[in-house]
Design a protein around this ligand. Structure first.
Ligand SMILES: *[C@@H]1O[C@H](CO)[C@@H](O)[C@H](O)[C@H]1NC(C)=O
Ligand SMILES: *[C@@H]1O[C@H](CO)[C@@H](O)[C@H](O)[C@H]1NC(C)=O
Length: 288
C-alpha cells in the first residue's frame, strides 16, 4: 500500500517533469536538428544562457549560421553573452508575422533588456522593411540596420520561433570593453631609456613657462603646441631643475651627453665652458 502510493507519486513526479520539459522553450532541442547553427548553440551553452532562455514562455531566436557567427565568436565571454542576449527577442515572430507588420519599423524587446543592463535602447532591436526585405538592427540611434531576415527555421506557435538572419547584431556600446583611463603622463618619465631622458626635459620648462606667462585658462591648450619650439631655447638655463631628479639622473645625463645632443643638457654647458677654456689656452699658447 505504502509502496504503491510512493511509486504512483514517483510516476506523477516523472510525468510532471517530462511534461514541463516537453512544453517549455528548449533551444537545444529545437536547434539540434540544424547542424548549421551548432556554433550558436555551443556559445549559448558556454555563456550559460541556455537555461535562462529555456525558462522563457515565448521567444524568437535570431539565429546565426556557423559562417555568420564567426565575427563575434572570439569575443570575451561577457561581451559575447551581452551580444547573444540581443539575439533573443521576447515575443513570437515567424516569417508570416514579420511580413505582416504594417509599420515601417517595429521595436523588439530582447533578453538583454530584461537584465536591466540595457541603456540607450541597446536592449531593443529595430525591425524595418526596405524594398520588401526585412532588416534587423540595434534600436540605438544611428545603429546600422543590416542584419537581413533569411528564413524561418523552426516554429512552435506561439512559444518558440527560430529565424535566421544574415549577420550578428552588435549594439553600440554593448560589445565595447570597459574603457580604463590612460595613466597620467607624470608616471612615465622616471624610468626612461637614455635617449628618452634627453627628450623628456623639454616639456618641463615649456610647461612652467606656459603657466608663468599666460593666463591659467589658456595654459593647458597652448603649452603642448608651443613645447617643441620653446624647449631648446629655454632648456640650457633651466635645465638643472626640470630633470626631476631620480638618483640615476646623473648617469643618464652622462649617457645622453655621450650621444652628443649639445643644446639640451646641462653637463654639456660645462663641457663647452671647458672647451672654451682649453681653446683660449691654446690661443694664448699659440700667441706665444
Ligand atoms: C549544449 O548543452 C546541452 C546540455 O548540456 C547539450 O546536450 C548540447 O549537446 C550542447 N550543445 C552544444 C552544441 O554544445
Ligand atoms: C506558450 O506561449 C503562450 C503565449 O505566449 C503562453 O501563454 C504559454 O504559457 C506558453 N507555453 C509554455 C509552455 O511556455
Amino acid at each position: 500500500m505504502c509502496l504503491k502510493a510512493s511509486s504512483s507519486l514517483l510516476s506523477l513526479t516523472i510525468l510532471l517533469g517530462v511534461s514541463s520539459i516537453v512544453s517549455a522553450v528548449n533551444i537545444n532541442r529545437a536547434l539540434e536538428k540544424y547542424p548549421e547553427f551548432s556554433t550558436m548553440t555551443e556559445l549559448f551553452n558556454k555563456t550559460e544562457l541556455t537555461p535562462i532562455i529555456n525558462k522563457r514562455q515565448t521567444i524568437t531566436l535570431l539565429a546565426l549560421s556557423n559562417d555568420a557567427i564567426g565575427s563575434i565568436s572570439g569575443r570575451p565571454e561577457d561581451e559575447l553573452k551581452n551580444i547573444l542576449m540581443n539575439h533573443v527577442v521576447l515575443d513570437f515572430y515567424d516569417g508570416l508575422k514579420l511580413k505582416a507588420i504594417k509599420d515601417k519599423s517595429t521595436m523588439l524587446t530582447t533578453l538583454y533588456q530584461s537584465t536591466g543592463l540595457g541603456q540607450q535602447q541597446n536592449g531593443f532591436l529595430k525591425c524595418s522593411k526596405t524594398n520588401g526585405k526585412i532588416f534587423f538592427g540595434s534600436a540605438v540611434k544611428g545603429a546600422p540596420q543590416t542584419a537581413e531576415y533569411i528564413t524561418t527555421v523552426f516554429r512552435n506557435p506561439f512559444n518558440l520561433s527560430i529565424v535566421q538572419i544574415s549577420m550578428p547584431i552588435v549594439a553600440p556600446g554593448l560589445g565595447d570593453p570597459v574603457k580604463v583611463p590612460p595613466p597620467p603622463p607624470m608616471s612615465s618619465p622616471p624610468a626612461p631609456s637614455p635617449k628618452e631622458a634627453a627628450d623628456t626635459p623639454a616639456p618641463g620648462p615649456a610647461e612652467e613657462e606656459g603657466y608663468a606667462d599666460s593666463p591659467p585658462g589658456a595654459a593647458p591648450e597652448t603649452s603642448p603646441a608651443s613645447a617643441p619650439e620653446t624647449a631648446p631655447e629655454s632648456a640650457p638655463s633651466e635645465d638643472g631643475s626640470p630633470a626631476p631628479a631620480p638618483e640615476n639622473a646623473g648617469k643618464k645625463k652622462m649617457a645622453a651627453a655621450d650621444e652628443a645632443e649639445p643644446p639640451t643638457s646641462g653637463s654639456n654647458t660645462g663641457l663647452s665652458f671647458g672647451a672654451i677654456l682649453v681653446l683660449s689656452f691654446v690661443v694664448i699658447f699659440a700667441g706665444f
